[in-house]
Design a protein around this ligand. Structure first.
Ligand code: SF4
Length: 235
């Protein structure tokens, strides 16, 4: 037995933390630790669902994933990576051809501009190699902090921040980590709350949970491993 975030004694598994109220600032770190522990147990293989082998491939796939499912992106990228294996190849691509190849991912004209601008900048400024710092990555056309965090954390082994996408933002609100909705502010909260070593895995866990259980319209609280501690639980 041990003490929970609510001060109640529970079994070692921590599965009976009987409270569903707003957490105080003081309680949040222990609560976040418990959430993380349970999600790690529920999703031991949580990982990015975009297929890639190199930092450049993940950068391309992440740009394509805006407003698009990872599954759809994974259908498009094998041919794209085969035809344009390097940043130099991609920078020289004909826009119309690129648009056609990525059309099914949506917003294909904007994404084509981003891919061409990003790859040209990588060639010009970084000798064709994907840079390894947040500042250099977000300076590339079409690359924001979220995309940079995905590449740094998953392809370059650099824990510089937490990826906050729609799932991470929604779950951070529902789980009571924060009431902020701005992704940058949500990221700051998570970076304060979660140990640095877990910055990459926490977003995978929240995304896995958000896609499978804590879905946007109707969360499946009855099946959720957090339903006895989550302040938004409907059961
Ligand atoms: S209990 Fe419900 S609202 Fe809370 S995390 Fe689980 S599915 Fe989401």
């Amino acid at each position: 037995m041990r003490k929970t975030v609510s001060g109640k004694l529970v079994a070692g598994s921590g599965r009976r933390v009987a409270r569903k109220r707003k957490l105080s600032r003081k309680e949040l770190p222990a609560y976040a630790e418990e959430v993380l522990r349970r999600l790690k147990a529920a999703y031991p293989d949580a990982h990015t669902e975009l297929d890639f082998e190199t930092p450049l491939q993940l950068l391309i796939a992440t740009i394509l994933s805006a407003q698009c499912t990872d599954k759809r992106v994974n259908m498009v990228t094998p041919e794209l990576f085969r035809v344009f294996p390097t940043a130099r190849d991609l920078a020289c691509a004909e826009a119309a051809r690129l648009e056609e190849m990525i059309r099914t991912t949506g917003f294909f004209r904007n994404k084509t501009k981003s891919l061409l601008g990003m790859s040209a900048a990588i060639v010009e400024r970084h000798n064709g190699e994907v840079p390894r710092t947040m500042a250099e990555l977000v300076a590339l056309p079409g690359v924001g902090r979220k995309t940079a965090n995905v590449v740094l954390g998953n392809a370059l082994g650099v824990n510089d921040g937490v990826v906050v996408d729609t799932h991470v933002g929604r779950l951070s609100n529902r789980l009571g980590f924060t009431s902020e909705t701005d992704p940058v502010k949500v990221e700051q909260v998570l970076m304060r709350l979660i140990p640095r070593d877990d910055w990459v895995i926490v977003s995978h866990l929240l995304i896995f949970h958000g896609r499978r259980i804590c879905i946007a319209r109707t969360p499946r609280c009855a099946e959720c491993v957090l339903n006895d501690i989550c302040p938004s639980s409907r059961v």
